[in-house]
Design a protein around this ligand. Structure first.
Ligand code: 56B
Length: 327
């Protein structure tokens, strides 16, 4: 049977074949990889495998926190890693960084499964030291409750136990996350067919891999199967690089910060073509690079494109807006 990560690659490629509002510009990809920012000699000087630790627990500073706690923290971050924009000022660093500080203050107690299972919206806001209600605050608390409850019911209260049960397979861990945590089932129906994105499930596995540097709880033999994480930041980077193109009406609506409906054809096209475009860039790299070892994994290219987008977020055009729990 097709695994969840193969399903993401296949279904997003299928959307790309018929999409009408969003297109991939192959010529832009070719010049990006052959003479642009992602040409072989620039990629050689970029360390694409480096995971940015800035917002996260740091093994040297947080040596008193055990691996189980670091793992529990990442599950909690990615349970609520979506839709910061309705606040206007809230960003990823406030959520991951805020939860990190709360874990430090409480010695990890705030992310125990008992605590997650009963956290309320206002308590969560307190953990993050956010001065006003979080966007979708009750829903965020509910997703943490779901996580705590499932860990209690099936994994002895420990996220690390779920990771161990995946036996070193990213694909199996994504499957387990989807099986036990409905809030992570990021899929939709496009012209009568299911399309799978699994953004938060995949980013969680990517975060474990990055945070544990591919060792111990972060060792996944098939990590290359993860795709980019279909969020609202990377499409902006790809638009700026000329890799993605929106039709005039969609471009106008996104620029005007008009909300597009979650699950609408235009939203699915943006997300699916972002995933597929990253795969096409990698294909082009495999073809063009003499040193094939320089071709990154999908998630490494994702980290690079996301960081580029974050660095330019004040000057870039607005990202698309869909109110969702998935990204
Ligand atoms: N594709 C992709 N999307 C990512 C991330 C991350 C953070 N990953 C951490 C992992 C290692 C490093 O330490 C990174 O810091 C967040 N997001 C998404 O971006 C949006 C946040 O935007 P803004 O509102 O501007 O903060 C929102 O949808 C969020 O879910 C990523 O890596 N890739």
């Amino acid at each position: 049977m097709e695994g969840p990560l193969d399903a993401v690659r296949r279904t997003t490629a299928e959307v790309a074949e018929v999409a009408e509002r969003v297109k991939i510009n192959r010529a832009a990809i070719s010049s990006l990889v052959r003479e642009g920012k992602l040409r072989e000699d620039s990629v050689r000087s970029l360390d694409l495998s480096k995971w940015d630790e800035t917002d996260h627990l740091d093994p040297s500073q947080d040596a008193h926190l055990d691996n189980d706690t670091r793992c529990q923290y990442l599950f909690a971050v990615d349970a609520i890693n979506f839709c910061f924009w309705p606040d206007g000022e809230l960003e990823y660093e406030h959520v991951a960084g805020g939860l990190k500080e709360s874990v430090r203050r409480t010695g990890g107690a705030c992310v125990s499964s008992e605590s997650l299972a009963k956290v309320t919206g206002p308590e969560l806001r307190g953990w993050l030291s956010w001065p006003r209600p979080l966007p979708q605050e009750r829903e965020r608390a509910r997703l943490l409750n779901e996580l705590g409850g499932a860990l209690n019911a099936h994994f002895g209260g420990r996220a690390s136990e779920m990771v161990r049960r995946a036996g070193g397979s990213a694909s199996e861990l994504v499957r387990l996350i989807l099986a036990h945590l409905p809030g992570f089932r990021d899929a939709c129906v496009y012209r009568g067919r299911q399309v799978f994105l699994y953004k938060r499930a995949q980013i969680l596995v990517g975060d474990l891999y990055g945070s544990f540097r591919g060792q111990g709880l972060g060792a996944f033999r098939d990590v290359g199967k993860l795709t980019m994480f279909a969020d609202y930041r990377v499409p902006v980077t790809l638009l700026e690089l000329g890799v993605l193109e929106y039709d005039a009406d969609l471009a106008r609506r996104v620029r005007a910060r008009e909300e597009i409906a979650s699950g609408s054809e235009e939203e699915v096209e943006i997300r699916a073509l972002t995933v597929h475009a990253v795969e096409v860039i990698l294909e082009e790299m495999r073809e063009a690079f003499e040193d094939k070892a320089l071709v990154p994994k999908s998630i490494e290219l994702d980290w690079f494109l996301w960081r580029e987008g974050e660095n330019r977020r004040e000057v870039s055009d607005p990202h698309h807006r869909a109110l969702t729990v998935f990204y």
